[in-house]
Design a protein around this ligand. Structure first.
Ligand code: GLV
Ligand code: MN
Ligand code: MN
Length: 417
């Protein structure tokens, strides 16, 4: 337990847990998870909820032109750059209640704990909810932080369409209208002195090692692609095999070859086909078009590069008699976090008497983009059986609070540098 009078001592486990319960109602699903995809009505509801809590505490609020939502607690030294913490409030279609939301609520809990403990920091401390981290509706993911950091262009992202053809700029305009707040004009992004993101681990290691805090050292590189296969519609009952240009059949050949080419001996390379669309989607018409997504990750960019070349060759060699293309949607190189911030997370966990271990992140996070702007680190807490991107994702109130205690102490130290 952290001593009273300290920022960590002012973290309230019950309040942090209740905020998760309240947020889980917004887009809540029958199995206890959430479907709160980016820029949906449920996302708007979560934004409004966060803003209501922020207003009640007297913090200022603003959004930028990609919809990133910021909550600001002033520092004592007006001329200093802020430190920031946060994550995302959007979810997968069958998402859990902690992925992303924990990082936002832990950051907000840090602001509240500082307020309750009456601690003034030299620098302002900001909590942020980044727009569209998941990338399940609009690609690429981690979009809000990518635009903030200059990795992607705002004007290009505003033109991105979701799977139903809705243009992101239109959905964003609706979102910002429904969640009114002072809007910063122009390109998002401002200078920061430091950034720390709290997140559930989304993997099994902490639980397995009976360890409370993951000191995150790095994030593996990731790339996403869309494979588009053009065939020819034909009658399912009458058309002989030899006369068919079956787009789905070609997709299965391409996919099988890709699975084989991305299987490595030590199971480090991650390769996922997560979405397949087959058109026209009629049982008795040979498919004329098939598209599928690829998500590929590895700690080494060189390995990703080698495997991208293999995927491209497979598409070229395997599609006939159909025609196929592969388009890279996004590439984020591996991230190594700032050694000083990593040390600070580790030493803070130790000081608070929390078991901790260094670990890289298999999942992507907004921190990977912000790390290119300022000294950045991350804090992981365990989640049940490592299950995530699943409605049954779970974590304990005690672990969430422990992560928030580390977070507020780290932010305080950074904000007084
Ligand atoms: C984030 O959800 C990721 O896909 O890593
Ligand atoms: Mn996340
Ligand atoms: Mn996620």
């Amino acid at each position: 337990m952290a001593p009273s009078g300290t920022a960590a001592g002012a973290v309230r486990e019950d309040r942090l847990w209740q905020r998760h319960v309240d947020m889980a109602k917004l887009g809540g699903t029958p199995k206890g998870g959430v479907n709160r995809q980016a820029l949906s009505a449920e996302d708007v509801a979560a934004r409004n909820q966060l803003m209501a809590w922020a207003r009640a505490r007297g913090f200022s609020i603003f959004a930028d032109a990609i919809g990133n939502l910021f909550v600001r607690r002033e520092g004592t030294d007006a001329g200093t750059l802020p430190v920031m913490s946060g994550s995302h409030m959007d979810s997968q279609p069958t998402g859990g209640r902690f992925d992303g939301m924990y990082g936002v609520l832990a950051a907000f809990e840090a602001l509240e704990a500082l307020e309750d403990a009456g601690i003034r920091t030299k620098r302002p401390v900001l909590a942020v909810a980044w727009t569209n981290e998941e990338g399940s509706r609009f690609q690429p993911g981690a979009m809000g932080s990518a635009v903030f950091a200059g990795h992607n262009r705002l004007d290009e992202m505003l033109l991105v369409k979701d799977w139903k053809g809705v243009v992101l700029g239109d959905a964003l305009a609706e979102t910002l209208k429904a969640a009114p707040s002072p809007l910063r004009e122009g390109q998002p992004g401002f200078a920061l002195d430091g950034y720390v993101e709290a997140h559930i681990e989304q993997g099994p290691r902490l639980e397995h090692e009976r360890t409370t805090i993951g000191v995150v050292t790095a994030i593996q590189g990731s790339r996403r692609y869309i494979v588009d296969i053009a065939g020819e519609e034909a009658h399912a009952g009458t058309t002989p095999r030899a006369a068919r240009k079956d787009a789905y059949h070609a997709a299965t050949r391409i996919a099988s070859a890709m699975y084989a080419a991305t299987t490595d001996a030590d199971d480090t390379l991650r390769f996922t086909i997560g979405r397949v669309d087959v058109l026209p989607g009629s049982p008795n018409t040979v498919p004329g078009r098939a598209t599928f997504t690829i998500d590929m990750r590895h700690p080494s960019d060189a390995v990703l590069e080698t495997h991208e070349a293999k995927l491209r060759a497979i598409v070229g060699d395997t599609a006939a008699p159909c025609a196929a293309t592969i388009e890279r949607v996004t590439a984020v190189p591996p991230t190594v976090f700032d050694p000083d911030v990593v040390d600070l997370v580790r030493s803070t966990a130790r000081t608070l008497g929390l078991t901790n271990m260094d670990m890289p992140s298999g999942a992507g996070h907004d921190a990977m983009h912000i790390a290119r702007l300022c000294p950045t680190g991350m804090i992981f807490v365990p989640c049940e059986r490592g299950i995530s991107h699943n409605e049954i994702e779970n974590a304990t109130p005690a672990d969430l609070a422990a992560g928030a205690r580390v977070l507020v102490e780290v932010l305080t130290a950074l904000a007084n540098r």
